[in-house]
Every structure is written in structure tokens, then in C-alpha cells.
Design a protein around this ligand. Sequence first.
Ligand code: KG4
Ligand code: ZN
Length: 381
Amino acid sequence: MARILGIETSCDETAAAVVDDARQILASVVLSQVPVHRLYGGVVPELASREHLRGIVPVVRQALEEAGGERGPVPLSALDAVAVTRGPGLAGALLVGLTFAKAVALAAHKPLIGVNHLEGHLHAVLLEERRNGRPDPPLPAVALVVSGGHTQLYRVDRRGDQFTYRLLGQTRDDAAGEAYDKVAKLLGLGYPGGPLLDRLATAGDAAAVDFGRVRLKGNPLDFSFSGLKTAVRRNLQSHPDLQAAVVARREAVATLGHAPSADDWRRLCDQATLDLIASFQAAVVTDLTQRTLAAVDQGSAAKTPVASAFVTGGVAANSALRRTLQTEMERQGLGFFAPAPALCTDNAAMIAAAAFPRFQRREWADGALTASAQLPLAETA
Ligand code: KG4
Ligand code: ZN
């Protein structure tokens, strides 16, 4: 058995988890920095590093306490390894988790394992199945990793206990989550935009605005979301009533005296704004689904055809995306797998789970392990 402490600080969540055998989550603590970054409508790297520094000790302590339950905190001596995200992400943010993980590993005489954040998101899919007592999804899989920082399609396979990842396509500009966040900002709505727009979209007419399909030259499995964001801006500019609603909403929020609740946001949106939101979401979901289907199609011609489809990352928490992908993949006769929403967004349980195969191979990081803001996943395959 391997009990691994996972630590994740790549972006704006300070997270720690204790996971046994990439299967059982004893504790998963996530401290969100949203209240700090909300004022700026996006993550401010400098502030993120400071908040990680503030949060890392209490978050790790809480994870060890929760993991021990009534028996008291899990002592460091009871851990088998410490796993930490080494990239990709914000360099200063990554360094906080890395430095802390090194110190814990050194003090407790435990091996240290460096994990790629994207590999973490992919292993969240496997962790979800295992923790529910289900077998691993059949491989190879086509996996859509879609978050605030990434929109990528991978082919995931396995040789023995070694996982392999091949990048099939990726966004050429904004990530899908970034598009959600930017559109929410344009509309005078809160941060992060994804969960909010997801909820508001259910009250709008998705057919109200036709944003068309994104056409790209070259790799059909690449993505582009900046054009859609611009189309939303143009739509606003050509509708003075919508623009006036944005101004009114910003003023109403400023006089509210507290952070708006979901109900407040719903009340502050007129029907035309809700229709625009629903149409935007439909465009994103259709694009992500069509390109995932194209990847499956391409993969089906390979010697070992695709056996399942995964979706993971913050945007994989989106209810419409999950529903649409599930329907479409089942229509293709493929198993569809997605982590529970809490495992889709950044967390440290996925980092501890992704470290497990490396633990089995005794692939320890040395003392020189450092952060790599642009770390590609293929390098760690
Ligand atoms: O994976 P994550 O926590 O952090 C990154 O690695 O980026 O993803 C955060 C992103 C944000 O852009 C957020 O707006 C988006 O995921 N997100 C959603 C939903 N929940 C989070 N987007 C659409 N629908 C959601 N329900
Ligand atoms: Zn992430």
C-alpha cells in the first residue's frame, strides 16, 4: 500500500490531499483564492504566490488531520511519499508548493515525486472510477482536458504500469475556461465566470444568437476561442439595450454591499442577456464536443481503436458539456468518463493519484527538482 500526500499550488487553489493507492481519498482540502482575485476579474500571479504562502501550512495540516479522523492527524512518518505539481502553471505559485513539499519530504525522510498538473487532471478520471469501486476505463482513450489554462485533446494509453500521452490538438489562443471568464467579465458578471454562466444558461434560449462554427486551417483537432469572445463583444456593441444592462448590473453590484449570490446574479440578468449566455455556452459545448468526436473518429482508424472518452479539468464541471459528451460518446458505443465536479477543478487528490505509478516504479525526484511553467505532458509520458 502507498499513502501519498499530494500538494498542488499551480494556479489559484492551495490544495493538499492524502490518497491511498490512487484509489481511496482520505482527505482532499482545497483553499480557493477566488475572493482575492475576484476584484481583478482574473488571477493575479503575484497575489497567487502570496496567498499560497499564507495557506500552504494550514491546508496541509488540515489534510493530515482529516485523513486521520478520530485517531488524530496522520503523522508524516506514516506517509510513503510526498507528491507535488511541478508544472505547468504560474512559476511563483508552483515554487511555493514545490519548496514546501521538498521541506516536508526532507524533514520526514520520505521520497518526493514531481507530477505534471495535466497528468493530474487525467488521473482524476481514473481516481473517480476506482474510488467508486469500479474498474479502470478501457484504454486507449481520447481525453479532453479543458480548464482555465488549457484546452487539449490527448490519446491516453498504457503499457504495463506506464501511462502514455499523445497530444492530438490544443487551443491556439484562449482556453475554454478563459473564454467563460472573459465573457462573464464583458457582461459585468462575477468571477470565475464558468460556474455562473453554466447556471444562468439554463434560463436562456440557446438558439437566440447563432455564433456559427469555428473554422481553422490545419489540424482539425485544434481549438480557438478568442473569436467567440470577440463575437460576444460585437453582439453587445450592436445592442445598446444589452450594453445598458451591463452598466446597470455593474452599478447594482457596487451598491449591493456583499458578493452577489447566484440568485442575485439571476435577478440582475434580463432575458436578452440570459439568451446571449445560453447561446455562448451552446457554441462552446458544440465546438468541444465536435472536436472530441473528430479525435475519436481519427483514433478509430488506428491499429488499437479508441475504447473510451474522458473529459476533465475545471470546465468539465459544466453540466451541459458533460450531458452532451455523454450522449454523443454513448451514440458512438464508447464509454464516457468524467470525474465528479470537485475532482474536475484543481485539487491535490489528482496529484497524489497521478504520482502512484511513479511510486511503484520508485521514480523519485532529486533535490534539484524545480518548477516548469510550460511543462509539456509528453515529456513526462
Ligand atoms: O481546472 P481549473 O480549476 O483551473 C485551471 O487549471 O485552469 O479550472 C478553472 C476554470 C475557470 O476558467 C472556470 O471558469 C472554469 O474552469 N469552470 C467552469 C465551470 N466550473 C469551473 N466552466 C464552465 N462551467 C462550469 N461549471
Ligand atoms: Zn487545472
